[in-house]
Design a protein around this ligand. Structure first.
Ligand code: CO
Length: 294
């Protein structure tokens, strides 16, 4: 009996000591280590004023979803940043933007890639972002996936594409999307997306201006199927130089010229994916997934 009482007392004393220590520690951690979150949106960048529509669309959607969290921008292309700087528009590189955020005592950052595939640009960005998670850096840095990363993304993107095809297009007419393409292994995403599209509609194609599948591969299939008309659309966040010149341009090596030459009438649509809410939603979902993993 006495022994039991002794143990009970010992337990109570230990519990009180533990509670006191825990409270004191929480107090120390609470002081000066307040969590401050921020979002950094990172695009390749563009010098075209029309590109601003795309970027503003994403900016508005993200700010609307997280009204209390600061949102910043960075461009990965140094050429684009230099051109813009000459016209008085200063945009940060991801490293500079992250350094500024550290100066503002931000502790956790979601770095959201606005790239289309996880290629070289995405991996460089992820490496830069990770280098900021260190003593004296951020507590956490999480990189949000590019537009296409998971199988779920592929299916959402395929559905988003179905939703932007002009209503006038008939089933025997093709829709050809121009992706950028890359030397990076992630180039396989374009053909994988085409597979998802063709499960829905066999006359939807994805080609690349700087990677596989080249337009010749797609033209061969269209000729075999005796397709006489195609709608050409960029599969890039911004309808920039590639869309204007390499897809819709007058030069003999533009996709429009090549297909026209092959007897396929072309109609071009000059709108980047980021101009459509359905694609912006996918990027916003990726910001959400990054936020959830904090
Ligand atoms: Co290019």
């Amino acid at each position: 009996m006495l022994r039991n009482r002794f143990f009970l007392c010992a337990w109570i004393v230990m519990a009180v000591v533990w509670a006191t220590v825990a409270t004191a520690q929480a107090g120390i951690e609470g002081r000066g280590s307040e969590t401050r979150k921020a979002i950094l949106l990172v695009a390749f960048g563009s010098t075209r004023p029309q590109a601003q529509v795309s970027f503003e669309n994403i900016d508005t959607a993200v700010r609307r979803t997280w009204p209390d969290i600061p949102v910043r921008w960075a461009y990965t292309s140094s050429i684009v940043r230099k051109k813009l700087a000459r016209n008085g528009r200063k945009l940060d590189s991801p490293a500079v933007a992250l350094a500024r955020m550290l100066d503002e005592s931000i502790t956790r950052v979601v770095v959201q890639s606005l790239h289309t595939i996880p290629g070289a640009e995405f991996h460089d960005l992820a490496q830069t972002a990770r280098s900021f998670q260190r003593p004296g850096g951020f507590d956490r840095v999480i990189v949000g996936n590019a537009l296409l990363a998971t199988q779920a993304d592929m299916e959402m993107a395929a559905d988003a594409i179905l939703g932007i095809i002009p209503a006038a297009r008939k089933p025997q007419e093709a829709v050809v999307l121009m992706g950028h393409g890359t030397h990076h292994p992630a180039n396989v995403y374009y053909a994988a997306l085409m597979f998802q599209l063709q499960l829905r509609d066999p006359n939807l194609f994805v080609g690349c201006v700087e990677g596989y599948p080249q337009i010749g591969v797609i033209q061969g299939i269209m000729n075999r199927r005796k397709i006489r008309k195609a709608y050409l659309m960029p599969f890039m966040s911004v309808a920039g130089d590639h869309a204007i010149h390499d897809m819709a341009g007058e030069a003999p090596d533009s996709w429009r010229s090549i297909l026209t030459q092959a007897g396929i009438e072309c109609e071009t649509i000059l709108k980047g994916t980021a101009e459509y809410g359905s694609f912006v939603d996918i990027w916003v979902q990726h910001v959400q997934a990054a936020m959830d993993s904090f």
